[in-house]
Design a protein around this ligand. Sequence first.
Ligand code: WAQ
Ligand code: MG
Length: 277
Amino acid sequence: MTSPTFYSIRMRASAGGRHLSGAERLVTADRVARTAQELIERARGRGIDPDQVQVTVDSLRGLLIKNIQALDLTAFTALDMTQCRSASRQVLQAAGISLVAIENAFMLLDRGPAPSGNTMRGAMIMHAETGERLEPDQERGVRVSRFDWSSEAYAAIDRELTRIGLMHFRTREALSLASKVAHSPGVIAELCWSDDSDYSAGYVSSLSTGYVRFPFMKQSGRTSGGRAFFVKGKGFDRDALLSYLQKEPVIVSGIGSCRQNADLSVLLHNKTINRHV
Ligand code: WAQ
Ligand code: MG
């Protein structure tokens, strides 16, 4: 049986040459038109009206599609930003990221990681020990594309996330992106929070900790945000990583567990055990 051809759909909205929002999907032929329309509507339904919306459709005929399972999700039910930031640092440390790298990532995401001080369209790649930045273009960052939920997994994760009160499309999208990134060659962990002023949630994710969601990673009203992918220093192959993140099609075809948790010690304890095996 031949597998159906998938199409990568990428949306990019800007105003006055400044990046406003973007999105990426991976769908079969019958869903291309509807998805493109959805993304255009999303680009327009925001605070600032874009003066350009670009939608690119690429056929991925002949490319092998990799299937992965979503990371388990833990929603940390903290009350404020201080708690969230402190717990997220602990999760990053448990995933093997050095304090220097962690502080550098927070500093840059707070400030705007591009040299101009703006947020980036893509992610930083950061050395997990030294905190050094390794992405080829520090103004733009690395944009992950060619990933999506399968229809079945989408329905299942929507149900599970709704059950624990997480209904926003951003959570579903971020979980699929983080699942692709966690399966990258060389990435140990990711740190993210939104750059949208009305969305203060973020997460730390890795294969070992799963996706740990924090409701308050920044003060509301702030537009700083972004992503850092922490990589192993030794034997790290940047070209292989860039090619995987930007080009390799990945469908998230199975879901993980979704739960709320106000106490991270269980997660961190399990993690410590795993590391010593
Ligand atoms: N590849 C790499 N970096 C990206 C991508 C991508 N495809 N999309 C966004 N970014 C970077 C970019 O620097 C953005 O400025 C930043 O991430 C934030 O993007 O409820 O909404 O689309 O569990 O605003 C996380 C919490 C929300 C979700 C993330 O990101 C939850 C979010 P946004
Ligand atoms: Mg955004």
